[in-house]
Design a protein. Sequence first.
Length: 381
Amino acid sequence: MLVLVINSGSSSLKYQVRDTDSQELLTKGLIDRIGDVIPDHTAALEELSTRLRRELDGRSIDAVGHRVVHGGERFSEPVLVNNEIVRSIERLSPLAPLHNPASAMGIRAVHDKWPSIPQVAVFDTAFHRTLPERAWRYALPDSLYRRHGIRRYGFHGTSYGFVAPAAARFLGIEPERFRAVIAHLGNGASVAAIQDGKSIDTSMGFTPLEGLVMGTRSGDVDPSILVFLARQGYDADTLDNMLNRESGLKALAGESDMRSIEEAADAGDERSRLALAVAAYRLAKYIGAYHVAVGGAQAVVFTAGIGENSGKFRELVVDQLGPLGIRLDPEANLARGKQARLISTPDSAIPALVVPTDEEEAIAEATAAVVAGSRKPAASF
């Protein structure tokens, strides 16, 4: 089955085409400046169609899989898309205002262009629907949960769902018996506690803002700071912009690009050194806590852009995990590669791994499985 995987942003559309039988990546690309050079997502699909005719040499797309960030409490697995599903994605937009509206626009644009092709929505939050209530509950009035759905959801689930079994297989452990702490580290970053192959806790919460220090997001802060600032005249939009776009590494180091921050730190820039220290310390604390949560991790796993490529940041984190008996192999840590690899020493009490993620492959496989298992086509829009 040829699956077109789409990750729709408000002003961009990333895509890949994969053959799920051969697991071959046939083509990938980015269409950006939507709303500027390209009027809207429908026009972007016209451009994509032109590219695919050229790049696929006449082969036809069998299905389309969409990454959808927030599935709320309703969606615990990928679903075949129909109009009611799209409306549900749109209703969840207040929980992911930068992502869900764009996903819905992408789905509608695909339907307008290729109305007979089945589409599947794959949700970032779905993997974390196994969280026990003690992990997803906030200590807030119950009415906030019942009326507004305020609870911890977790994100990067598609990545965790791909990496957890891959790490287990690498270690020769049955995935359904695997206990691990996995850190998905990119511009957005989170960490998950995996027990028996399932998520039992994760650092992101109601939105992707909670948890680790990220590129431009603050991660955990004292909620009273926001109350204090509101009383000083900061409105909701200003606070939202500050927390999501002007905080994190950007606030500490003056920029959000990890490679640039590491270079500046190596050159002696104290702000950059502090930014790395704060981010690494926050992650090390979470790893220690989640080691306890899973009943003793069988592995600590790094994945995603920073997790896979930044040996320096991994070193800053693992050097703080000595009380867990984890010891880094400096040479292995600096090695590069696209395969899963061990970065700890043979005598390390817990192995530390780098396992590359492939969210697009996971979305393609989920899409193929849903379409193959459906007994009837998606309802018309």
